[in-house]
Design a protein around this ligand. Structure first.
Ligand code: ATP
Ligand code: LTN
Length: 332
């Protein structure tokens, strides 16, 4: 083992990744591979906390795996696996559930929002979702967790759960820290820039999928909701323009001052077109690589099989020690 810090993150296979998932999370995962030891997962067990069609879930899981590779995760540098293939997550989930309070889970914003959205299926899995997320992270004793800002509350809970375990059974789990991008931690809907861009939005014009073609991307940006002014400037209250500037900045690397001078004297129409083109050009290589990889099912299978073996080997050591600490009888 080297002394590099360990990163863990996961994404749900609930559909094609949005530009929000990409900018807020996934695009940062590739560059971290050189500085850290990285473990990434397609968290399909989390996905069934809302109703899924089994055939679609299977397809989305494999597509998400290929998409992560297309977004720059290199299986020779990182461990990349499918959550349900690695039994330690469910095992640790049980122990951690016994270190989590009902009240803590009741306060989770995502639980409140999702139960409002699915009032006919407020299942126990939806409620204990953050415990499984804590198990994902703690099963590897990860130091850092790169996520969008909406996951910060879940991470704080994971730290509290780890702390409670450590108090009861002696210091064992590393307390994970969130790793949140400065620009783009919350990409907003193109149709209602006060709401986050979400996979589950019913209005397709609100969301850019990272596999949308160039014409579709440009059309959606042209229709993006802005304000009645005409100046491209980052200012309080200009939510639509601020969101477009954030997106443009994160795909071009230009800062807000540079963007303001680039569009000084030009209208929103020119700016929206430029954002659309920059995003489409940025995503083009991802689309091409995804098409290549998703056609090669045998290679994908090889990758996720090897990923699962490595993840199991790594996490089993830690989870067996946790079993011992709580007083379970050792089998060997
Ligand atoms: P859903 O809308 O189905 O709940 P989601 O789009 O939030 O899903 P997740 O799989 O829950 O997707 O999230 C994957 C990662 O993307 C997380 O790290 C999350 O913080 C990040 N993320 C999601 N939406 C955004 C957004 N609009 N801006 C920035 N980051 C985001
Ligand atoms: N809850 C996260 C997905 C997720 C995750 C994780 C992220 C599940 N397990 C572990 C980081 C680390 C989400 O909805 N984005």
């Amino acid at each position: 083992m080297d002394d590099k810090k360990l990163i863990f993150s996961g994404i749900q296979p609930t559909g094609t990744f949005t530009l929000g998932n990409y900018i807020g999370a996934v695009r940062n995962w590739g560059p971290l591979q050189d500085e850290y030891n990285c473990i990434y997962s397609v968290v399909n067990m989390h996905a069934i906390t809302v109703r899924q069609d089994p055939a679609a879930l299977r397809k989305n899981t494999l597509d998400s795996y290929a998409l992560l590779m297309a977004c720059g995760i290199d299986i020779n540098k990182s461990i990349l696996f499918i959550q349900s293939h690695v039994k330690t997550h469910a095992e640790l989930n049980w122990i951690l559930g016994c270190c989590t309070q009902f009240g803590e889970l009741s306060r989770m914003t995502q639980f409140k929002e999702k139960s409002q959205r699915h009032p006919d299926d407020i299942n126990a899995g939806l409620f204990t979702y953050p415990v499984l997320m804590a198990a994902d992270i703690l099963a590897y004793n990860a130091d850092l967790v790169p996520v969008g800002i909406d996951q910060k509350q879940h991470l704080e809970l994971a730290r509290n759960i780890a702390q409670r375990f450590n108090q009861r059974y002696g210091d064992f789990f590393t307390l994970p820290e969130p790793y949140i991008a400065e620009v783009g931690a919350k990409v907003m809907s193109l149709q209602d820039p006060t709401k986050k861009m979400s996979k589950s939005d019913e209005n397709p014009n609100a969301v850019i999928s990272i596999l949308d073609d160039k014409d579709t991307i440009i059309r959606k940006f042209k229709r993006a909701v802005t304000d009645s002014e005409a100046e491209v400037a980052y200012r309080e209250g200009k939510d639509g323009i601020n969101n477009l500037m954030t997106i443009y900045s994160s795909v071009t690397g230009k800062d807000f001052a540079a963007i303001e001078s680039e569009f000084a004297g030009k209208g929103y129409g020119d700016f929206k077109l430029a954002v659309g083109e920059a995003v489409a050009d940025h995503l083009e290589p991802v689309r091409t690589e995804f098409a290549r990889l998703s056609g090669d099912k045998a290679y994908l299978k090889e990758c996720y099989t090897a990923g699962a073996e490595k993840a199991l080997r790594y996490s089993q050591r830690i989870v067996l020690k946790a079993y011992h600490k709580v007083g379970f009888v050792d089998l060997k």
